[in-house]
Ligand binder design. Structure first.
Ligand code: GLN
Length: 229
């Protein structure tokens, strides 16, 4: 049984990233893997033994609250030390880095990714496409943030920006270290890019999973890539 935890959706649900959990559950089911999705709210204890943890995007005030709870509990750090998979989007991505700025204040992040986020002067909003060495086809999504994220030496980017801004520094989006993935792609990103869901499931399962393709999904994938230029 694959346990998927959706962290603080009541705070970090602004951009609909909650859908990532639903896609993971669906892709797991068609690959023949049983899974469960559990919402853990701001006031609850985060279990340390789940397989996949999901964080979404948020406005600054909610991001600060979520970060305070995560920093206090250390549960995510302990789960990652045991090999758990993490997908963190936008504000979530910033929180799991080394530091970030929200509402004009700098906070120490969880340190799960060697990245640092500073406040940008403008909001970066719009369609985004990235080319990633993890996937055969480009990933697409929608971004909406003002944070600018720079990568440290121990992480690799999720991909190279083809359209849009991504991290806002160095023509790349996101960061990856082991089983921890950060990105600025909303969409939700796993709904737009089911192959990304399959990669996360595979990492959590620790072995190749049955990848299910169908003509409709392939046509949709082709269309969404063609639509972003
Ligand atoms: N508040 C952060 C920023 O603007 C994150 C925004 C988001 O999660 N979409 O950079």
């Amino acid at each position: 049984m694959l346990e998927i935890i959706r962290i603080h959706n009541e705070l970090m649900g602004t951009y609909g990233d909650r859908g990532n959990a639903d896609i993971l559950k669906f892709r797991a089911s068609i690959a023949g893997i049983r899974s469960s999705v559990t919402d853990i709210s701001y006031s609850q204890v985060i279990p340390r033994t789940a397989d996949i943890y999901l964080l979404g995007g948020a406005e600054d005030a909610a991001q600060v609250l979520s970060h305070a709870a995560l920093a206090k509990s250390k549960a995510l750090n302990s789960a990652v030390a045991k090999g758990a998979v993490v997908l963190a989007v936008c504000a979530g991505f910033q929180i799991i880095g080394n530091s970030f700025v929200a509402n004009d204040e700098r906070y120490s992040g969880l340190g799960l990714l060697d990245v640092q986020t500073s406040a940008g002067k403008k909001r970066l909003v719009g369609d985004i496409a990235i080319e990633s060495e993890f996937f055969d086809a480009n990933l697409t999504g929608f971004e909406n943030h003002s944070g600018i994220t720079t990568l440290g030496k121990s992480v690799m980017p999720l991909g190279k920006v083809i359209v849009g801004n991504g991290n806002g520094a160095g023509d790349v989006d996101g960061a990856v270290f082991g089983n921890v993935f950060g990105t600025y792609l909303h969409g939700p990103v796993l709904a737009r890019n089911p192959e990304f869901a399959d990669l996360l499931l595979e990492r959590a399962a620790g072995e190749p999973i049955k990848v299910v393709r169908d003509e409709l999904a392939d046509r949709y994938a082709k269309w969404r890539r063609a639509a972003i230029k």
